[in-house]
Design a protein around this ligand. Structure first.
Ligand code: SF4
Length: 490
């Protein structure tokens, strides 16, 4: 444990390679800096310091190395990956709130620059201080505090926001006019729109996907394909999405950061666009600890969901790769993110949602709603930040298939099922009775969501029960999608 941060999850980084600039003096200086920052902040020497943005708590102590906010499974008690430690990001939010620095949490922070890891940063500050046009002057600290703050910020913005990233705290509306996808076209009509999830098969069976697409094609605007959720390998999201497209339904390809470098994320996104897959849901991904053993080595997160959104939006709207190279034929994406109404307190989740929307999220699909009142609190927190006009909200719905499934889901990070609903499932009799109760509960929640201002549609996650989607939509009296192809594709 250090003075200001939770303890490190992994050892400090070492430089990737030695250069001629690594003189003995610099190496000794770097070791000294590492010792001091280790004792104060549990610093991992990422070389891309964000301490001023994160209330002086090192975000790299998070087991996923998240640099833009907490994950969906964070709780006030502990980190979802390692229950013996607190959630780093909970601490950051709490201290930022106490210090009145919450606004600083909105800036989109860059992924780590591998060339800087393990290297000193203090000399970098001195160099940048000298380089910037108007560097902070000590006299202003006492005489003109506003100017001092501005000049100070200029120095540190340059340090933490490299030219290849240019992160900020602003909203960037999409730079295109016509809808990018059928899903976007349906949402733009203002009609309540549904999507549904299809779990990619655990084996090589494309016919399984086509069959499930057939069950729901008439009822939903698009089908999501998870990307090795729970760190468990299945048929890939890209391949599944392509099979779905060929079966006549638009896919939402989930693209997660876990197990992918930034180069692979760009490559997969471009590949998807090339195959005609327009909807991409950007996720950080579950930690490997939730997957089957043997487990992978630690530190497998190169980016987080917010960074993916920022990168893909810039590929689409600015036509640039993360490294600045230009893209000749820009990809067309309709970008989405996951929403977590039942994770951290709504005020914290709303900061994270705002960051996702600013980075590029155009639609949000939420965790399944069982606790309607808590969902509304989250929605109100988003509304307070004027976010509901900038993003389409698709509220998550999961019909509970059995009492056993209800008990299992209670332990899923970010899912909250109120006790009375569990009791209803427990008391609903045999298998058939339990399924009917699950449908009844789902229909009751759908009815409320359908008339909730700010909700644009549903995202139905009927886990291993995809044939129930059509029945839910029919019985709830929800509209079917009115647009099935884009004008340019007719
Ligand atoms: S709960 Fe999530 S965000 Fe918090 S420290 Fe653990 S991995 Fe990081």
């Amino acid at each position: 444990m250090s003075l200001f941060s939770p303890r490190r999850y992994q050892a400090p980084f070492k430089p990737m390679r030695r250069t001629e600039e690594d003189t003995l003096l610099i190496r000794v200086f770097t070791a000294g800096e590492g010792l001091i920052k280790g004792a104060l902040f549990s610093c991992r020497m990422c070389g891309n310091c964000l301490l001023q943005e994160t209330a002086f708590i090192c975000p790299m102590t998070c087991p996923k190395g998240l640099r833009n906010g907490l994950c969906g499974g964070a709780t006030p008690e502990a980190c979802e990956v390692d229950s013996t430690r607190p959630c780093t990001w909970y601490k950051i939010y709490e201290r930022s709130e106490k210090m009145g620095r919450e606004h600083k949490l909105l800036e989109i922070n860059a992924p780590v620059d591998g060339n800087k890891v393990g290297r000193e940063t203090w000399l970098d500050v001195v160099r940048t201080w000298r380089e910037v046009e108007e560097s902070p002057q000590i006299k202003d600290f006492f005489g003109n505090r506003e100017k001092w703050d501005e000049d100070w910020e200029r120095v540190f913005y340059k340090i933490r926001q490299p030219d290849w990233w240019e992160g900020d705290s602003e909203y960037h509306p999409p730079a295109y006019e016509e809808p990018a996808s059928v899903l976007e076209a349906n949402l733009r009509t203002g009609k309540f729109t549904c999507t549904a999830e299809i779990a990619p098969p655990l084996s090589v069976s494309p016919s399984m996907i086509s069959k499930k697409v057939g069950w729901m094609n008439e009822y939903v605007a698009a089908a999501n394909f998870t990307d090795n959720a729970s760190a468990t390998p299945r048929m890939g999201s890209l391949a599944s999405s392509k099979i779905c497209l060929e079966a006549g339904l638009e896919p939402v390809m989930q693209l997660q950061a876990r197990d992918r470098s930034r180069a692979l994320i760009e490559s997969d996104a471009l590949g998807a666009a090339g195959l005609g897959i327009r909807n991409i849901l950007c996720l950080t991904g579950d930690h490997h600890r939730f997957g089957p053993n043997p487990n992978i080595k630690p530190d497998q997160f190169d980016m987080d969901s917010i960074q993916i959104l920022w990168m893909l939006r810039r590929m689409r709207d600015k036509g640039v790769y993360i490294d600045g190279r230009s893209i000749k034929n820009r990809p067309v994406f309709f970008l989405g993110a996951a929403g977590s109404p039942f994770g951290a307190p709504p005020k914290y989740e709303a900061i994270r949602a705002e960051k996702k929307i600013n980075a590029g999220a155009q639609f949000i699909q939420t965790q399944p709603v069982f606790d309607y009142n808590r969902f509304v609190e989250w929605l109100e927190a988003l509304d307070k930040r004027n976010l509901l006009d900038k993003v389409y909200i698709l509220a998550g719905i999961t019909p509970i298939k059995s009492a056993r499934a209800a008990h299992f889901m209670v332990d899923v990070p970010g899912v909250v099922i109120p006790e009375p609903l569990i009791k209803r499932m427990d008391e609903s009799g045999d298998k058939e009775g339990q399924q009917e109760e699950g449908v009844k509960i789902a229909l009751e929640i759908i009815e409320k969501l359908h008339s909730t201002p700010g909700v644009n549609g549903l995202h139905i996650m009927a886990i291993h029960w995809e044939d129930i989607v059509a029945r839910l939509i029919e019985e709830a009296g929800l509209p079917k999608p009115s647009i099935k192809t884009l004008p340019q594709e007719e």
